[in-house]
Write a protein that binds this ligand. Structure first.
Ligand SMILES: Cc1cc2nc3c(=O)[nH]c(=O)nc-3n(C[C@H](O)[C@H](O)[C@H](O)COP(=O)(O)OP(=O)(O)OC[C@H]3O[C@@H](n4cnc5c(N)ncnc54)[C@H](O)[C@@H]3O)c2cc1C
Length: 521
């Protein structure tokens, strides 16, 4: 019989991070990943001969510096480089905006649109920096209960602050600070990433601050590229886990979590093999873990009902292309490499554009004019594709999992066409420059990566499913109602994004329990 102290289900980056922490602390640990490659949504794969894509996640910066340091990730190959410029937005009137890693330059860029907005921008950044400092302090610990969280808002401006962060829409908050549509469009892009919501939906303001949690090489509020693509993050975590003694097995699916008298006993693999363990950590989403991997009578029905009610709503399609030439933007002409090719290229001309894209999706229709967040990774890392070619990653929304007409298998290429047509309106040469493309719909994300309904964060990161409400009230501390079972992936606090935080936090909880006399075999 095979036995480990801990089994980690799923070799996404959180499963690997959890395993690395456990192995470092001396627990015999095995990671079981169903796919042939580690990384989950943070993956780099050779899709066409000689062409490697970050097939789902596409930008670095959220990985917690504490995780990088604790696991000594640079030693295992982790490297990240900031995008500079960070953002480029072309507008239909032929103008565009560039945001750099240089505040003075950004203020000048904003002032081209509105002097008043340039004056407001430092106040806006200061506001979010203060809020995100509060939130950042909660990222590496189980979240406080909601009433305690609300009690943190003290002082004369407490109500105003709580309103802005928890209740207000992103559009309303931006209106409070800015007047220029272009400036607001630039800042709104992060707001609804992965959410079944538009920028006018109450509660979306919080996500405006989310981008401020990004940090690369000690520089805050910075997005960038991970060496080797997003799979580079996962490979570094795998190497660290193995260095500390963990075993990582790919192409090894888990069929069932085994229980005995109310506590975990181990897992059963898809081929029927049994692996015993005292601790089982699942980085698979909480819905699949409880509704698909455990016998229904092993869990309290009231708890199962709450898990069943958790929302997971896919709204994203990813299109990965091989280009024969760089996009030639009407507003910044040229097919040779220029600064605007080096960071995010966002198609989001206004807040209303983004809201209208969501309007379609609410009723099960793919957006007629979708929001696009593009990155040309190979301009930073030419090893990703053959010389003379370029990789283009396009994250696009809204493409609802639940369609009012047809099926995603029947409409996959239509979605790809809509995405490329939208980009071509700003860079017409894209129409002829696409040599190959893969279109990954919400259904593909569910089938291939196990993301419920294609939800990019495993479960929705709407305010009603955050902090101590994630995954369900009363169970946000990583321990689950079966002794020895923990959730360590993005369906627990602090949620999705390549942060490593849920994996680290869950591992710390296991180590606490292991120390508390719950002896390890
Ligand atoms: C399209 C897209 C774009 C994104 N863009 C970004 C971005 O740019 N930056 C960013 O920081 N975040 C981004 N995210 C979010 C981020 O990628 C995820 O939140 C994060 O990677 C989740 O990591 P995880 O380890 O918690 O879970 P996952 O990556 O979901 O890992 C779970 C693992 O479990 C495996 N598994 C499932 N079932 C079984 C089973 N029965 N047995 C064994 N293994 C199983 C899966 O194959 C998977 O590898 C994006 C996500 C998507 C989908």
């Amino acid at each position: 019989m095979v036995a480990f102290d801990a089994v980690v289900i799923g070799g996404g980056h959180n499963g690997l991070a959890a395993a690395a922490y456990l192995a470092k602390a001396g627990l015999s640990t095995i990671v079981l990943e169903r796919r042939p490659v580690v990384g989950g949504a943070s993956v780099t794969e050779e899709v066409y001969p000689g062409v490697r894509f970050s097939r789902l996640a596409y930008s670095a910066g959220l990985l917690r510096p504490e995780v990088i340091r604790d696991l000594d990730l640079p030693r295992f190959g982790y490297e990240a480089y900031p995008f500079d410029p960070q953002f480029f937005l072309p507008f239909p009137n032929g103008d565009s905006i560039l945001f750099w890693n240089d505040n003075d330059r950004n203020l000048k860029e904003i002032a081209r649109y509105s002097k008043k907005d340039a004056e407001a921008y430092p106040r806006y950044v200061e506001f979010w920096t203060e809020v995100m400092e509060l939130i950042e302090a909660m990222v590496l610990a189980p979240p406080p209960p909601l009433p305690d969280l609300l009690a943190m808002f003290q002082g004369p401006e407490a109500e105003e602050l709580a309103k802005r962060i928890l209740l207000q829409s992103a559009a309303d908050l931006l209106d409070e600070f800015f007047e220029s549509e272009e400036v607001k469009a630039t800042l709104v892009t992060a707001t609804t990433i992965g959410l079944p919501a538009g920028p006018k939906t109450p509660g979306t303001a919080l996500m405006l601050g989310h981008m401020l949690l990004h940090e690369i090489n000690g520089v805050k509020q910075t997005f960038g590229y991970a060496k080797g693509g997003m799979g580079g993050v996962a490979f570094a975590l795998q190497r660290a886990a193995e260095h500390f003694g963990a075993v990582v097995r790919t192409s090894t699916g888990v069929r069932r979590i085994l229980t005995d008298a109310g506590r975990v006993a181990g897992v059963e693999l898809s081929d029927g093999t049994r692996i015993d363990a005292r601790f089982v950590l699942s980085s698979v989403d909480v819905k699949t873990t409880f509704l698909g991997m455990l016998e229904p009578d092993a869990v309290d029905p009231a708890f199962l009902a709450r898990v069943r009610a958790i929302k997971a709503s896919g709204v994203v399609t990813k299109v990965n292309c091989v280009l024969t030439e760089l996009p030639d933007f009407t507003c910044r002409p040229g097919r040779t490499l220029q600064p605007h090719h080096k960071g995010y290229i966002d198609i989001c001309p206004s807040v209303d554009y983004l809201e209208k894209a969501w309007d379609d999706a609410k009723w099960g229709r793919p957006s007629e004019a979708p929001f696009l967040d593009c990155v040309l990774h190979s301009v930073t890392d030419p090893s990703l594709c053959p010389p003379g070619k370029f990789t283009l990653s396009i994250y696009s929304q809204y493409f609802p999992y639940r369609l009012s007409e047809g099926t995603w298998d029947g409409r996959r290429e239509e979605a790809g066409d809509a995405v490329l047509e939208t980009l071509s309106e700003f860079a017409p040469n894209v129409r002829r420059a696409v040599e190959r493309r893969e279109v990954i719909t919400p259904l593909d994300m569910e089938r291939e990566w196990g993301l419920p309904e294609g939800c990019i964060y495993q479960t929705d990161m709407t305010p009603n499913q955050l902090f101590s409400l994630r995954p369900v009230p009363g169970w946000s501390g990583y321990r689950m109602p079966i002794e020895g079972l923990y959730i360590c992936g993005s369906s627990v606090h602090p949620g999705g994004g390549v942060t490593g935080a849920p994996g680290r936090n869950a591992a710390m909880t296991v180590l606490e329990d292991a120390k508390r006399g719950r002896t390890i075999k």
